[in-house]
Design a protein around this ligand. Structure first.
Ligand SMILES: [Zn+2]
Length: 214
């Protein structure tokens, strides 16, 4: 006869280990000239939708991560940004049947000296950690995909694997171990095999989670 589960056992058993792909928005998901601070229609980077469709089919949660300091600087209102975010999410569904698990935003402005003034603006990992808690994401099994080394640093600080989609937007190349991607490529077509090659351990639990989530 087995002992009844303690509260901590129950807590552990309900902490699903779903993997996610965190995706930077401007310049990675969207064409650099097609920011959500501009009116629709939005232009996705070539190959992005095909890749995200394939990753979602493997049960990976898809979470968009973005710095939007224009919110705190008054360049865009919360209402306007929400409308643009909704338009992006709608376009993902209509164009490719892609439903995001979340879309997380840092609205803060960096300090005048460029130093972080919050815990969520990338390269800080706060957005990833918050989303992981909200959706029971296994960060160690997850990936951050971005086009700058700040995205890579945020992913590494959160404990994720990191993939630099080098589309030419990174220009400073301030290097450090935290800013070294686990993988890199120049086109979304290469992202799917890189992430899926990272192991069946990544995918197996996700499929059961996806089934459980209906
Ligand atoms: Zn922030």
């Amino acid at each position: 006869m087995t002992a009844p589960l303690s509260p901590s056992d129950i807590a552990r058993s309900t902490v699903a280990s779903r993997a996610a792909v965190f995706i930077d928005k401007d310049g990675t998901l969207l064409d650099e000239g097609s920011r959500t601070t501009q009116p629709a229609p939005l232009r996705f980077q070539p190959g992005a939708l095909e890749c995200l469709t394939a990753l979602a089919a493997k049960g990976l949660a898809l979470i968009v991560v973005t710095n939007q300091s224009g919110l705190s600087m008054g360049h865009v209102t919360r209402r306007e940004f929400s409308q643009r975010q909704a338009a992006l999410e709608r376009q993902l569904v209509e164009a490719a049947g892609i439903a995001l698990t979340d879309f997380v935003v840092c609205p803060h402005t960096p300090a005048p000296d460029g130093q972080p003034a919050c815990l969520c603006r990338t390269p800080a990992p706060g957005l990833l950690i918050r989303a992981a808690r909200a959706h029971r994401i296994d960060l160690a099994a997850s990936w951050m995909v971005g086009d700058t080394l700040d995205d890579i640093e945020a992913g590494r600080r959160a404990g994720c694997r990191t993939l630099l989609l080098n589309t030419g937007r990174e220009t400073q190349w301030r290097r450090s171990p935290l800013r070294t991607p686990h993988a890199r490529c120049t086109h979304w077509d290469a992202v799917t095999p890189l992430i899926l090659a990272s192991g069946n351990d990544l995918c197996a639990p996700d499929e059961s989670n996806a089934a459980a989530a209906g």
